[in-house]
Design a protein around this ligand. Sequence first.
Ligand code: NAD
Length: 338
Amino acid sequence: MSQSIAVIKGDGIGPEIMEATLRVLDALDCGLTYQHIDAGLGALEKHGTLIPQESLDAIEKYGIALKGPLTTPIGKGFSSINVQLRRHFDLYANVRPAISFPGTRSRYDGIDMITVRENTEGAYLSDGQEMIDDGETGISVIKVTRKGSERIVRYAFELAKNNGRKKVTAVHKANIIKTSSGLFLDVAREIAKEYPEIEFQEMIVDNACMQLVMNPHQFDVMVTTNLFGDILSDLCAGLVGGLGLAPGANIGEKAAIFEAVHGSAPDIEGKNIANPCALLLAAAQMLDHLGMNEKGDAIRQGIRTVLETRRDMVTPDMGGTGSTDSFAQALVEYVQSH
Ligand code: NAD
């Protein structure tokens, strides 16, 4: 069965790492058809807007998008495309795996966890929802709803269930922020009862930070509200060696968008040295989402093997002497021989 996905090559190094990623997906024979759509600087030149309506329509039609990093022009009144996409499609779940890979500068080995961050409410509200901003006093609101909490916690449990994961930890600050964080925790406890096969743990956010740094292996899936998730997911990326290997997904009812966490790296554009791994890992997350977990695992295992055994094919940021093309070639060879 063929599945069409929308592909946004992106700006800067986007086209290079996307080409590498699609080569590996093709070698895996996933039955995917790519519908290339415009967004970012290229779209601005062609259509006068960073994200044209046709591109939004295509993402809605196919339901899945693989997206290269996009450059948001500075100081010209442009709002981030990522924020626009999140609002347009109500992409409520930001899902960020943190997995240890060999050859990375990190404190720990063997980390394999996923942060599920509520992406639409919490302390990050849209413009105009701030309470007081008179130059003397700043008061912001935190909005947590039962509906928003239910869908994010349920998403985390379903993710755990469908990926053979054993534990979900709800991270909160209900002891101090009783109204909003308290509601999130109450809902998490209720939803957890629907999944007796999955261990449920609750942890106050400050303790979670310490536990992550001291004993990260105890975590499996973490679910939390917007602000805590923003911080914790970067903390987790740091635990496994930084953003170079960090993928992320933004998931809603109507669409799911998979991307690298890093930006468009204009400083190395066109040099054939961009590391394609984060986008490849986002593609692996996409395959998991489409029920092709074995093919997703093949990408993850391929990256592990190439990092361990083919330093001559790996990009310089990972200490190798290869290029974007050679990294992709090594992965193609891996998936074709396994
Ligand atoms: P960046 O992530 O693009 O680059 C930071 C540093 O990391 C640079 O030195 C870069 O060379 C390096 N780097 C990043 N990705 C790499 C890769 N795959 N391989 C090797 N080295 C890599 O961050 P920035 O410079 O702050 O932002 C550049 C642009 O990217 C900005 O316009 C920003 O708005 C945009 N951005 C987009 C996204 C997105 O679309 N998801 C995310 C972050 C930043």
